[in-house]
Ligand binder design. Structure first.
Ligand code: SF4
Length: 77
């Protein structure tokens, strides 16, 4: 592919024209940074989606845990 013109950068991810995983949003908005570990972060919509899925899964786990705790608390009353 061709590197982007840094004097006239694209609106979305600069890799979008050359990325085989590019999605519609990649052409529209620059992805935010996602922390992947200590001193390791990435700006990619795929990582954003992964992070959102993890958070959603964590919330679902926390909710399930909370419901279990509530049930257990109710069992002891
Ligand atoms: S945000 Fe990620 S998936 Fe999208 S074009 Fe850039 S590198 Fe590819």
């Amino acid at each position: 592919g061709t590197p982007v013109d840094m004097l006239n950068p694209p609106e979305g991810c600069p890799f979008a024209p050359r990325c085989e995983y590019a999605m519609k949003i990649c052409l529209q908005k620059m992805p935010p940074y996602v922390e992947l570990g200590e001193n390791h972060r990435a700006a990619c919509w795929l990582r954003v989606q992964e992070q959102m899925a993890k958070e959603k899964s964590g919330q679902a786990d926390a909710k399930a845990g909370s419901q279990t705790e509530n049930k257990e608390a109710g069992d002891h009353e």
